[in-house]
Design a protein. Sequence first.
Length: 361
Amino acid sequence: MPRFIHLHTHSHYSLLAALPKIPDLIEATKADGAKSLALTDNGNLYGAIEFYKDCKKAGIKPIIGVDFYVAARARQDKQSGIDSRRTRLILLAKNLTGYKNLIQLVTKSFLEGFYYKPRIDRELIEKYHHGLIAISSAFTGDLTLALQGNDIAKACEIANWYKTIFGSDYYLEITHHPDIDGHNTLMERTREVAQKNAVPLVASGNVYYIKPEDKPAQQTLMLVNSSGDDKISDDDVADFSFISNETAQNYFRDNPVAIANTEKIANECNLELTLGKWIFPKYTVTPGKGYDEELREIVFAGFPKRKMEKTGEALERVEYELKTIKNKGYAPYFLIVSDLMSYAHEHGILTTIRGSVAGSL
């Protein structure tokens, strides 16, 4: 029997929205006997590397994703009362290409699309979709909003657009929340759209805290993120805790394929990151020279530039520093920073230094 894999989980890096620290999520996954886990924080990748490393140590396959905010129109549109509305889309990295595209999307969502939240749009999704699996959110996806208005035709149009972009890597999320008014009807409509458009369903828990009893703490956190006029409702009994495989099998017993698809997606996500290795921007050295030789020339050119005498003490100190830089493999870093500083000085841009710079020849 296929087991349930959590593909929609939030850590405390979903700022003022979720409680779990990454070790808590991993511990819950191991306790449940799962071998894979996704992290999909709200609009960011803050926890991605910590999550990747900790999962590897624990023998859990890390699946890195983002629960993106999607602009109602284009990401450049920022009109009050219109563009403060947004929908959600979960994207998971299948491989290194997908991870790099997540980075592109997050970066552009902050630098180009930020309006209350960092937002992407259809243009970015179309450009950076390679290597990604897309899951339409069961709560606030654009397809979901159409279904809440019972606009099946609009929902089918949306589903077909995503299917055109992602092909078989596009899924509709279903969740189990009979305690939320209208949710069962919404899920029925979601299944209808999935069937009409041949889009697979995937079961989800949408985790914001580990245990059901953690809910009041998460609600308090949400209030900190509110306008101050909100209150905790006694009617809010929806559970967004970390459900077990056994619970998921019971919740989705009428949709076993949706559970099987969690395992299918997990098997398709095989991201491998190279960590612990310096990765510098490309710096073009003088032909025939290496990074260390180039740096040495720049350093020694500083003696006449600063009208400094080449005393034995100064030369000994310079050689010691250059040797240390060479042994650490830092020469490319020094050359890149030198290039940036030179550009700034040539264009009248003020610069400053760290204290360690002032103490170095």
